[in-house]
Ligand binder design. Structure first.
Ligand SMILES: Nc1ncnc2c1ncn2[C@@H]1O[C@H](COP(=O)(O)OP(=O)(O)O)[C@@H](O)[C@H]1O
Ligand SMILES: [Mg+2]
Length: 258
């Protein structure tokens, strides 16, 4: 059985005085346990909408999202989530932020303390435990946000452009760190990105969604050994192929409101 199934999901937004906006229509795909999946697609094609439905923050208009065969019906610690912009609680220190991810866990206080130490290590944040988010670099904040999402021992980690706010030089380093963190956690990951090279570096499989009702334009397995060599010809071939697919996905746009 698939770990996560998108089972005929449609999402329509209705606003007064406007035509209903069909963002996703009858979307269908499965994600196997332990896979790292990227959702790639033009801005506004419904990536965040889909991820928030996987997170249980909003419901599909029709169809279902299933985790191990059970319909997702609300947020749960089974699904760790890193939001697009607001990564950390600004009023909490790094360790309080990460520990928050364990708030609803049944672990003993001692287990939680050990787990916290381990997560701080995985995220390379030793020595920064008592700092507040504002005292950290963007990269450190993002690492702490991923550590917090992993703290609840989720079955699935949902990442919405987790490196979106990180500058170019830092981004590749962060991609290495993210790969390291999720490999250690042996977890299923769904990541939204619009960075093609990032999706090739991190994913087992890249799903390209179109601007036209989130149709799956392509579902591309990335068949390269890890860690991936960004300077290899094979890597470039995937980037080229996926860039063209995203271009096509953008051209599928049916409205003219851009
Ligand atoms: N709550 C909402 N009400 C109305 N429209 C929405 C709502 N959320 C998202 N949308 C619209 O749905 C489309 C997809 O948005 P989103 O999922 O954020 O796209 P992406 O993450 O791919 O950039 C956009 O046109 C957006 O304006
Ligand atoms: Mg988005």
């Amino acid at each position: 059985m698939a770990r996560l199934s998108v089972d005929g999901v449609t999402k329509v937004f209705e606003e007064k005085g406007k035509e209903p906006h069909v963002v996703l229509e009858n979307l269908r795909f499965d994600i196997e346990e332990g896979q790292f999946i990227s959702l790639l697609g033009p801005s506004g094609c419904g990536k965040t909408t889909l991820l928030t439905m996987m997170g249980g923050f909003q419901a599909p208009t029709s169809g279902k999202i299933l985790l191990d065969g059970v319909p997702v019906e609300g947020p749960s610690s089974e699904r760790g989530y890193v939001f697009q912009n607001y990564a950390l609680f600004p009023w909490m220190t790094v360790e309080k932020n990460v520990a928050y991810g364990m708030k609803f866990s049944s672990m003993s206080a001692k287990e939680k303390q050990e787990k916290l130490k381990r997560l701080i290590e995985i995220a390379h944040l030793q020595g920064h435990e008592k700092k507040y988010p504002i005292q950290l670099s963007g990269g450190m904040q993002q690492r702490a946000a991923v550590a917090r999402a992993l703290a609840g021992q989720p079955k699935v980690l949902l990442l919405d452009e987790p490196l979106g706010a990180v500058d170019f030089q830092m981004r590749e380093l962060m991609q290495n760190e993210l790969e390291h963190m999720v490999r250690e956690a042996k977890i299923t990951v769904v990541m939204v990105t619009h960075d093609v090279s990032e999706s090739v570096f991190l994913s087992d499989r890249v799903i390209v969604l179109s601007s036209n009702k989130g149709r799956v334009v392509a579902d591309v397995p990335i068949d390269l050994p890890r860690p991936r060599d960004r300077s290899s010809e094979e890597f470039d071939k995937y980037v080229f192929k996926l860039t063209n697919l995203v271009r096509r996905a953008f051209q599928e746009r049916t409205d003219t409101t851009f």
